[in-house]
Design a protein around this ligand. Structure first.
Ligand SMILES: [Fe+2]
Ligand SMILES: [Fe+2]
Length: 192
């Protein structure tokens, strides 16, 4: 497989793992089971970090290349590019929403569940669209010689969760991933 597609697929796998984890937390919230707002907040913060800063900009550059080579894909590419913009805004909104809840603002549970389910759906739909409609069958077009023109982001250095060094801000999330999600637990600093 081309290194480009390999990289994109791995980023998407990482994001899907986090969306599954968020989904589990939201299900627990829906049923009134124990849930972890800090974990949900960490997941959204991660999406605000590596995916927004590096994954989307990299894809945007690939989109330019693709729409030049395959004009019939131009409208799909434009749709995905717009979704990157709206996702960035949505990520910030959801992040602030969770911050307000953790700061003690009372928000009806139904509203929290609806907002987070919407967030998960938007993220999953975007990844599914890219994987199923755009990058599928792109092996030849995205051959590795394009890496020189559009360098692949160095995940090992840039990703604060799946890179070589886990950023302290994401250490609790990394622990949760290690456990495969898992139940809420008290954090070392006592926060929830
Ligand atoms: Fe994307
Ligand atoms: Fe993507």
């Amino acid at each position: 497989m081309s290194a480009i597609l390999n990289h994109i697929h791995q980023d998407h796998r990482n994001m899907r793992r986090l969306l599954d984890m968020l989904d589990t937390e939201v299900s627990d919230l829906t049923t009134g089971a124990d849930h972890d707002y800090a974990l949900m907040s960490d997941i959204v913060s991660y999406f605000n970090h590596y995916p927004v800063r590096f994954h989307h900009p990299y894809e945007d550059k690939l989109f330019n290349w693709i729409s030049g080579e395959r004009p019939m894909l131009a409208s799909l590419v434009e749709e995905l590019r717009l979704e990157h913009k709206t996702q960035g805004i949505l990520c910030r909104e959801v992040s602030m929403f969770l911050k307000a809840i953790r700061a003690g603002h009372i928000v009806p549970r139904d509203k929290v569940v609806a907002q987070l389910n919407d967030y998960i759906e938007v993220q999953r739909d975007h990844i599914d669209k890219e994987e199923g409609k755009l990058f599928k069958g792109m092996e030849e077009l995205l051959a590795d010689h394009h890496m020189i023109e559009i360098p692949i982001p160095n995940r090992a250095e840039l990703d604060p969760l799946f890179g070589d060094e886990i950023d302290i801000a994401f250490s609790a999330l990394a622990d949760a991933l290690e456990r495969g999600g898992g139940p809420r637990r008290t954090r070392p600093d006592g926060s929830d």
